[in-house]
Design a protein around this ligand. Structure first.
Ligand SMILES: Nc1ncnc2c1ncn2[C@@H]1O[C@H](COP(=O)(O)OP(=O)(O)O)[C@@H](O)[C@H]1O
Ligand SMILES: [Mg+2]
Length: 448
């Protein structure tokens, strides 16, 4: 057989701007690039560009990873635009994978399905918006895949609190030879050559100051508009739990009613272990059907109490359910009471005091959940425009119940049997301490 002839193809890649080229150049000297960069700097573009170029030059295996399906689609579309015209390349739309004529592959993945990466030896990985990924993505999933072939990684992100991305950034800044593989770079919106000073000023005037510092000045701050600092770290409660697995524990429910286009969410947390055991999210159903479903879940799990949002549609539904003998209590949601339950939940997440099941909507909602400060200094919490926060609210109500589960004012089915008076005093004393500590922590973190 005649030896296969090598065919040379020419691919024209778009030009990078100087700032992007500088970052990619750092990869010639370091294996791990940690780049904290402003929004719209061109992170996604340059990451997609780099995996494409590398796959074309080396024929190796590359991965481009995003923290959500939406972001993954953005990466897919971008890389598709780079390789579409290359003769002989194949695109696997369903798998979000590109195979180039030289055998090089580019796989788009999300941290929702990180198992796709396990067991693979990769030549290079881009983590787009890395700060929004769990630290385990980096330590347990990405790093091992790079070991075999000494592959490189680019961690590109806007900062997000002082999480693992910040720690990696610090390694890049460090002079310690242990971290010689790491390089850190920081670029603000003013370093972006694609924008004019006028455009930047326009952006600044329409952006809240704390968002500006983090997302446009790429500064690492303890708290941004984000409420939940690294929620992925607590989304680790076991998934398939049955009531008999938690027998004897005090269970507490939180219920957030869906209005038009919203979901009704019923979240049950084990107050004894502080773990979520069950969450149901349903939509677009008649109230009567919803109540029947809630009753069914209640009878199955037998929570000691359910705290239910009592606004508008909530009240009559709560009354109807209470009539069946259900231990359901109305929670009046006001800006102030909402703040209390959200801050309590935020702290539980920050302290990893709570653990929750990683159901699909939960992580997204927690990530998106925002704090905004109005001109008169009032703090408001909620999902960004068009987003959902039903799971967060249901969890916050359940967590409120957990917080009060051992309080005298709430009479609980399991209470008297579980805690004798001495234990109870101990519990109450500890609870007081907890409140003070909580307050101290909140002040420390600048939450008023
Ligand atoms: N080198 C480049 N050439 C042309 N367009 C670019 C370049 N870099 C970025 N862009 C465009 O600028 C915009 C912002 O880039 P993007 O990569 O989405 O920024 P980021 O991910 O940092 O928010 C996008 O529309 C992108 O297509
Ligand atoms: Mg991007």
């Amino acid at each position: 057989m005649a030896p296969a002839r090598k065919r040379k193809i020419t691919v024209v890649m778009p030009a990078l701007h100087d700032g992007q080229a500088e970052v990619l150049d750092a990869l010639n000297h370091h294996r791990f690039i940690v780049a904290a960069m402003s929004r719209r700097y061109g992170k996604t573009f340059m990451g997609g560009w780099k995996v494409t170029e590398s796959a074309l030059l080396t024929g190796g295996k590359y991965f481009w990873l995003a923290p959500s399906y939406k972001r993954a689609q953005e990466g897919f579309d971008l890389i598709d635009s780079f390789v579409r015209e290359i003769p002989g390349q194949r695109t696997f739309i369903h798998d979000k994978r590109f195979v180039l004529p030289n055998g090089g592959t580019i796989q788009i993945g999300t941290t929702r399905d990180p198992h796709e990466m396990r067991g693979k030896g990769l030549d290079g990985v881009v983590l787009d918006e890395a700060a929004y990924m769990t630290p385990e993505t980096w330590t347990d999933v990405v790093r091992p895949t790079l070991l075999i072939d000494q592959g490189w990684a680019m961690l590109l992100s806007t900062p997000w609190g002082l999480n693992w991305f910040y720690e990696e950034f610090r390694k890049g800044e460090s002079d310690d030879p242990v971290f010689a593989d790491w390089a850190a770079m920081r670029r603000t919106i003013y370093d972006n050559p694609m924008l004019t000073p006028d455009q930047i000023e326009q952006e600044r005037l329409t952006t809240p100051p704390h968002v500006w510092l983090v997302e446009y000045m790429a500064e690492f701050h303890d708290q941004a508009g984000a409420v939940f600092n690294n929620p992925g770290a607590v989304m680790n409660a076991p998934m398939a739990v049955r009531p008999r697995d938690v027998e004897g524990d005090v269970l507490v429910g939180g219920l957030d009613w869906g209005r038009v286009e919203d979901y009704t969410v019923f979240s049950i947390i084990d107050a004894t272990t502080k773990r979520g055991v069950y969450t149901e999210r349903f939509q677009d159903t008649a109230w009567k059907v919803q109540r029947a479903r809630i009753l069914e879940i209640y009878n199955y799990w037998k929570p000691s109490v359910i705290w239910a949002e009592a606004n508008a549609a909530g009240s009559p539904n709560i009354e109807a359910l209470a009539e069946t003998g259900m231990k359901i209590k109305p929670f009046q949601m006001t800006p102030k009471s909402k703040r209390i339950i959200i801050e309590s939940l935020a702290l539980a997440v920050a302290d990893k005091e709570i653990s929750l099941q990683n159901i699909p909507a939960r992580y997204d909602e927690y990530l998106a959940f925002q704090q905004s400060v109005s001109a008169d200094g009032r703090v408001k919490y909620g999902a960004p425009l068009h987003g959902h926060d039903d799971v967060v609210i249901a969890d916050a109500l359940a967590w409120y119940g957990v917080d009060h589960a051992f309080d005298n004012s709430v009479s609980l089915r399991n209470y008297s049997g579980l805690y004798r008076s001495r234990d109870r005093r101990g519990k109450l004393a500890r609870r007081d301490y907890g409140v003070n500590r909580r307050r101290a922590n909140l002040q420390r973190r600048g939450v008023r």
